[in-house]
Design a protein around this ligand. Structure first.
Ligand code: PMT
Length: 398
């Protein structure tokens, strides 16, 4: 999807073991339609080759203030950029940038640009935690620089801890957050994610295979478009920037959490897989095997979405999902009408790569009195983007 078409992005690569990940980031930015101008420090050349960056980006890589025909490449690069992204950013680069020191092409570009800047630090845990580094990060953040924090995990030299460069997914999401449309600015969006777990006894539950990935993708995309997002979730994945998470486990807890925010919300996206049935009672102790096979009596859970549909105001947008294994459109159409929804996102979860637990999904959108729209197999963030494009259209027509 060429959603960064026409955007000029200067990608700066510093010298660190994570420099190889910049290759993937550049490839994905180019795939998204961006014009990528790579620059690298002298140190980065110890980790990746100039040829690799030049081949993947939109222009040959630049490393020095002096190797270009232009006598002032830093002002030219900085002025023409829609975004400057530094990944990985080393301790030296952060220190120089925070203190306005122009020591090479990259620091000159950073000081000369008026475009938004994203820095993605990567270093050993001890360095990341050093007060000088934290102070430089705070200084940059206070000036509006976007920081994509490092992750915890394996580091160079066999160590592990916080300091690993954020994943290409997180870095690309940050780019979308900064450059993407802000067509949901100030809109209060509530998203539910994950499968509910209904207790049988103190250790056993009735659950389903929902991973929460689709709901988290909707929440992340809504936040990147300026929405005020509350995510009501049964799973704990990496929290997308700017999203408030409420953790729940059962259908009853999910209903209570949604009821608490529904009246003040503008958009509700119900992507959670809520159990349709739960045990009538929950044994307080673990049920013993030697007591014979237990008879578990089930009752229906509340249909949260149908309840919201019954109390929906005309200025609210209510979106449901339909997880089907047959008759996709007919079943989804019936849920759209029965639950009084503005939009239903139907996924045929019997198909490979679709729905539960996958990173990908394929969906058909159904709206009252509107033609069907389909998105073929793609990543869940792209599905979230298409879903929210329709939400924006619905809000414009209300
Ligand atoms: O979480 P992932 O692994 O990323 O997988 C994504 C997904 C497959 C869970 C998601 O794409 C999806 O389809 N979510 C809805 C799953 C579901 O419960 O579908 P349903 O057809 O049974 O329910 C229809 C709608 O009613 C859903 O919006 C559901 O949230 C809602 N519902 C259902 C039962 C109930 N008691 N209360 C509800 O609100």
């Amino acid at each position: 999807m060429a959603d960064l078409a026409g955007k000029r992005i200067v990608v700066g690569v510093c010298g660190g073991i994570a420099a190889y990940k910049a290759v993937e980031v550049i490839r994905r930015l180019v795939d998204a339609g961006a014009h990528v101008i790579p620059i690298m420090t002298k140190g980065a050349e110890h980790f990746i080759g100039r040829t690799t960056l030049s081949a993947l980006a939109s222009e040959p890589v630049q490393t020095s203030l002096w190797d270009e025909a232009s006598p002032i490449p830093h002002t030219k690069l900085g002025q023409g950029a829609d975004l400057v992204l530094i990944a990985p950013a080393t301790a030296r680069l952060l220190g120089a940038y925070a203190n306005g020191l122009s020591t090479d092409l990259m620091t000159n570009v950073l000081i000369a640009t008026r475009a938004p800047v994203i820095v993605c630090p990567a270093m050993h845990t001890e360095m990341w935690e050093h007060p000088a580094i934290q102070q430089n990060i705070a200084t940059l953040a206070s000036r509006g620089v976007h920081i994509v924090e490092p992750e915890a995990g394996r580091l160079a030299g066999g160590d592990s801890g916080k300091g690993r460069l954020a994943s290409p997914d997180a870095i690309i999401a940050a780019v979308h957050q900064v450059l993407g449309p802000k067509d949901l600015a100030g809109v209060k969006v509530v998203v539910s994610a994950g499968g509910t777990r209904e207790p049988i006894d103190s250790v056993r539950v009735i659950a389903n295979r929902s991973s929460g990935k689709q709901g988290y993708a909707v929440a992340a995309e809504a936040a990147s478009r300026g929405a005020d997002v509350t995510l009501i979730s049964t799973v704990e994945l990496a929290v997308p920037a700017g999203v408030r998470v409420v953790n729940v486990e059962t259908a009853a807890q999910m209903q209570a959490a949604i009821d608490a925010v529904w009246a003040t919300s503008d958009v509700m996206v119900m992507s959670a897989a809520v159990a349709d049935f739960r045990p009538v009672s929950c044994a307080t102790q673990k049920i013993k095997k030697d007591g014979g096979i237990p008879q578990i009596v089930l009752e229906a859970t509340p249909d949260i979405l149908a309840g919201l549909g019954a109390s929906k105001r005309p200025d609210q947008v209510l979106v449901g999902f339909a997880a089907e294994t047959s008759d996709l459109v007919a079943n989804a159409q019936s849920k759209l009408e029965r639950k009084n929804l503005d939009l239903i996102v139907a996924n045929d979860v019997s198909q490979p790569g679709v729905g539960f637990a996958h990173d990908t999904n394929a969906v058909t959108f159904l709206r009252p009195s509107q033609a069907l729209e389909s998105v073929s197999l793609t990543d869940k963030r792209a599905v979230a983007r298409a879903l929210l494009d329709i939400v924006v259209q619905i809000r414009a027509s209300q």
